[in-house]
Design a protein around this ligand. Structure first.
Ligand code: TEU
Ligand code: CA
Length: 558
């Protein structure tokens, strides 16, 4: 397997709005990030992925870009950004930017022009259609609820927006659009950045004809994945994108690819024919919902988690590379979702950390995950900020759902769970801001914060540090081959990693009760050493034993 710097790296995702506010306006900013770089260096991460900092009216917190080559006023200036890049590089940290090219803001000059008239040269930069029988051109639902079309009075036509109405989709069929985007991407590469996380990239190709989708349930609008998710022909666009800008080996790229299977992922990440170094797959993020909608809750099963992650580990083995993640700015907090954020907060957050970081791939840590930040439940919808949540709240009521039912879904799956301010210390607003934060701080900041955990040898934070350090010391953690073991165990997710004559065995109890582990002879090993655990354990050797609630044990043998 080819050695690459981005395989050996650990990436830390910053959601700038919620990370650190330097000037008391309640909004995180670039100077705030600069002030925390030493913290990140100390944590040991290699790469920062910065969620969008481009100029934006902030309908979707920067994922709606009105100028790709300027910095959002709330966050600072281009000089601040340059200072950030230099400050990262001084510390040996790389910086990758979020690349949002499926859509722009409706305030982007291209769209402002586009909507002025049907014969404007920019009209065809976006997807405009006439209405059908006094309604939208088709029955597609927006990913953010409601119709995917918005009526524009001026020209009596509708434009397509898969996300919010302030995020019109770009028309990738138009070569001029593609050229403009490639030029813009190249401009950032030339500024010296180290790579891109490519937003919502599986959506850029729309199904031909933009036809209605089947609607057996007679709903107002139907989930529209079949109209725009990973559609035939998309690889031609991606190949062109790669050939025009992604050629350089110093640049790392990770595509956000909902809807892609491990088989399909070969085209995205195969070392020969792939277009990106790796992708974010979504299958494990969908285990606690029905096919129908992310808001339609269903309990997740450990056996499904085993199936999905093993499928991805084996599916890309030797040909591509996995991104490892349990959290990002779109997902609930992992300790609340897969662990126990009450009685076993510390134990389960650590178990989850080891659980995903010992798999094969590049691990991503989302801000606050390293201290076990949890989901939040605000009483009133007024306290929520996310456009996806606010749209859901409005549209689900039109569909007849009750408010308590909607709030329940928001508590479990809402994106604002991940967007409350970073909890730095037990001080006003968790040390995030001197002013009034744009979204409330999670009230548990006096117990869960960076300062407390820095002072505690047994903290989640210090466990993350140890994990990152181990990765630098043992190349088996990066390059070893993954195999699932104890497949049928109802409580324990266990796997091995193998590299030449070395072996790692990772045993994770996912339950709030202790559980018995019986090892097959092939796994027993008297000489195996304990590499790391989240409990005091002084025994040696791999043998039958009991695992405590949320205990993880990782053994190393040679
Ligand atoms: O997300 C794209 C995406 O397809 C989903 O992850 C989606 O946001 C999620 O399922 C909704 O619950 C990216 C960004 O990560 C997200 O923050 C943006 O809102 C979205 O694109 C639009 O730019
Ligand atoms: Ca600020």
């Amino acid at each position: 397997m080819k050695k690459k710097w981005w395989k050996e790296s650990v990436v830390y995702q910053i959601y700038p709005r919620s990370f650190m506010d330097s000037n008391g306006d309640g909004i995180g900013d670039l100077q705030g990030i600069i002030s925390k770089l030493d913290y990140l260096k100390d944590l040991g991460i290699d790469v920062i992925w910065l969620s969008p900092v481009y100029k934006s009216p902030n309908d979707d917190n920067g994922y709606d870009i009105s100028d790709y080559q300027e910095i959002m006023d709330d966050f600072g200036t281009m000089e601040d950004w340059e200072e950030l890049l230099a400050a990262c590089h001084e510390r040996g940290i790389k910086l990758i930017m979020d690349l949002v090219i499926n859509h722009t803001s409706d305030e982007h000059p291209w769209f402002v022009e586009s909507r002025t008239s049907k014969d404007n040269p920019y009209r065809d930069f976006y997807i405009w259609r006439e209405g059908k029988d006094g309604r939208e051109p088709n029955n597609w639902e927006s990913i953010f609820s409601g119709s995917a079309w918005k009526y524009d009075e001026q020209s009596d036509e509708y434009y397509l927006h898969l996300f919010s109405a302030k995020q019109p989709d770009l028309n990738w069929e138009n070569e001029k659009v593609r050229r403009k985007l490639y030029e813009m991407v190249q401009w950032w590469v030339d500024k010296g950045i180290d790579g891109f996380r490519v937003d919502a990239i599986t959506h850029i190709k729309k199904a031909q004809g933009l036809e209605d989708l089947p609607n057996p349930g007679k709903k107002r609008y139907v989930p529209s994945w079949d109209g725009h998710l990973n559609q035939p022909g998309i690889q031609d666009f991606l190949k062109e994108l790669k050939e025009n800008v992604f050629m350089n080996d110093k640049i790392m790229t990770v595509g956000e690819t909902p809807g892609v299977s491990p088989e399909g992922a070969r085209e995205y990440v195969d070392e020969e024919i792939g277009k990106f170094n790796m992708v974010f797959q979504f299958e494990h993020m969908g285990l606690d919902q029905t096919e129908e909608s992310k808001w339609d809750l269903a309990p997740w099963k450990l056996s499904d988690l085993k199936d999905v992650l093993t499928k991805w580990q084996k599916g890309l083995e030797g040909s591509g590379w996995n991104s490892l993640y349990l959290e990002n700015h779109d997902q609930p907090r992992s300790v609340s979702r897969f662990g126990n954020d009450k009685e076993y907060h510390n134990k389960s957050a650590k178990m989850l950390a080891a659980f995903y970081q010992f798999m094969q791939g590049t691990p991503y840590i989302y801000q606050g995950q390293e201290i076990g930040m949890t989901n939040v439940q605000f009483e009133s919808i007024e306290d929520y900020r996310d456009v996806e949540i606010l749209n859901l709240y409005r549209e689900a009521q039109l569909d007849g759902k009750s408010v308590p039912e909607i709030m329940k879904s928001i508590y479990v799956k809402g994106r604002d769970n991940a967007r409350t301010p970073m909890q730095w210390k037990d001080a006003k607003n968790g040390g995030f801001s001197e002013g009034t934060p744009w979204i409330s701080v999670n009230p548990n900041y006096p117990e869960i914060n960076v300062a407390l955990q820095q002072a505690d040898e047994n903290s989640i934070l210090n466990f993350y540090k140890k994990l990152i350090k181990l990765r630098k010391e043992h190349s088996i953690i990066v390059y070893g081959t993954y195999d699932l073991v104890l497949d049928g165990h109802p409580d324990v997710f266990a796997y091995t990693r193998t590299l030449d004559n070395e072996k790692l065995t990772v045993l994770c109890n996912f339950r709030s009760q202790s559980t018995q582990v019986e090892l097959p002879e092939s796994l027993k090993d008297d000489k195996a050493e304990l590499l790391i655990s989240n409990y005091e354990y002084s025994g040696t050797g791999l043998k039958n034993f009991e695992l405590q609630p949320f205990e993880v044990r990782v053994f190393y043998s040679k």
